[in-house]
Design a protein. Structure first.
Ligand code: NDP
Length: 240
């Protein structure tokens, strides 16, 4: 039986590559998104992957979303917590709203989604959770106290939850991407991006597919001994 996977923020960027990679590997995939219906529709038509709209910040929507996926595709074996946003500003300029939005989406969303799948995974004795962190959660980044705090939180969350799932066949790991060529990075001003690329030893931005293949590695049935780990994929920019 094909395993069922949910990818949050699975219709664009890194999430799109993960959704497609999982589908090509034989998984039944549900790609979640927040509100960009046009991109989600184009993605669904192009890939044939089912799309589901809900806000990962909302606890109840996550419970209902997971129940809907389970009813349509089957019980969820794999959760990839990929949805994330940035609201960059220096501390002097950052308001409480920019802080809350990033923490609620990038960290609160990870809790909400893990909570919605966790009991089922434990009961069935199998589960794979992969959380997408960031190089900026490991190293910090100017103008990103909100994002760095949320992503750093993901790394702690991963190590703690991994301990709860370990004896039950449920693994929890994180990936910390460096700078990957997606809409999120296109939002960085070109002069800043140029300086960032100059600091990447590999000499270029990463590709979304290069993150997707690591997800496939971690969620494989054979991956039962890999848990609580963070895989850094950043072209050598930060050796953690
Ligand atoms: P994109 O901005 O390209 O895509 C973000 C995706 O997340 C979209 O599908 C979006 O949905 C979805 N999303 C955002 N908020 C919510 C929400 N509240 N509920 C459900 N879905 C939501 O991002 P990237 O592909 O660049 O990034 C993916 C992940 O990788 C993020 O967690 C990011 O922090 C992380 N990352 C990215 C790096 C990079 O260089 N790009 C580097 C390190 C980490 P919609 O289309 O509806 O808006």
């Amino acid at each position: 039986m094909a395993r069922v996977a949910i990818v949050t923020g699975g219709t664009r960027g890194i999430g799109e590559a993960i959704s497609v990679g999982l589908k090509n590997a034989g998984y039944k995939v549900a790609a979640n998104y927040a509100g960009n219906d046009e991109r989600a529709k184009g993605f669904a038509e192009r890939t044939g992957i089912a799309v589901f709209r809900w806000d990962v910040c909302d606890y109840d929507q996550c419970q209902q979303g997971v129940a809907k996926v389970a009813a349509e595709l089957g019980p969820v074996d794999v959760l990839v917590n990929n949805a994330g946003i940035t609201r960059d500003a220096t501390m002097r300029k950052m308001g409480r709203k920019g802080w809350d939005e990033v923490i609620d989406t990038n960290l609160g969303g990870v809790f909400n989604m893990a909570k919605a799948v966790w009991d089922g995974m434990l009961e069935r004795g199998f589960g794979r959770v992969v959380n997408i962190g960031s190089i900026n959660g490991q190293a910090g980044q100017y103008g990103q106290v909100n994002y760095a705090a949320a992503k750093s939180g993901i790394h702690g969350f991963t190590k703690a939850l991994a301990q709860e799932g370990a004896s039950k066949g449920v693994t929890v790991n994180a990936i910390a991407p460096g700078y990957i060529d997606t809409d999120m990075v296109s939002a960085v001003p070109p002069n800043v991006l140029e300086k960032i690329v100059a600091r990447i030893p590999v000499g270029r931005l990463g590709k979304a597919d290069e993150i997707a293949r690591a997800v496939l590695f971690l969620v494989a049935d054979e991956g039962g001994f890999i848990t609580g780990s963070t895989l850094s994929i950043n072209g050598g920019q930060h050796m953690y």
